[in-house]
Design a protein around this ligand. Structure first.
Ligand SMILES: [Zn+2]
Length: 85
């Protein structure tokens, strides 16, 4: 058991605290579906966000990719996600 304090933590406890906070942080993920739909889901990780949105592993096959940024728009002509320029 470590005897350091919260105000003056040792490196080990500091790393532990950072990881604990990271695990609790809710992130926003943009799902880019193959059919051209874009969806925003929230979770501590992409897996968490995906599960919370009610998607199973099977839905992954319909997902083109995901990003933490709203960076792509669907090109209806070529049916592909294109990065915004
Ligand atoms: Zn410590």
């Amino acid at each position: 058991m470590c005897i350091c304090t919260k105000d003056n933590p040792c490196p080990d406890c500091l790393i532990e605290e950072i990881q604990r906070r990271k695990a609790q942080t809710t992130n926003k993920y943009f799902l880019y579906w193959m059919d051209g739909n874009k969806e925003i889901v929230l979770g501590t990780s992409i897996e968490d966000a995906f599960t919370k949105a009610g998607y199973g592993a099977g839905a992954l096959r319909a997902l083109d990719f995901y990003s933490t940024e709203d960076s792509h728009d669907y090109d209806e002509v070529v049916h592909e996600w294109k990065k915004r320029t």
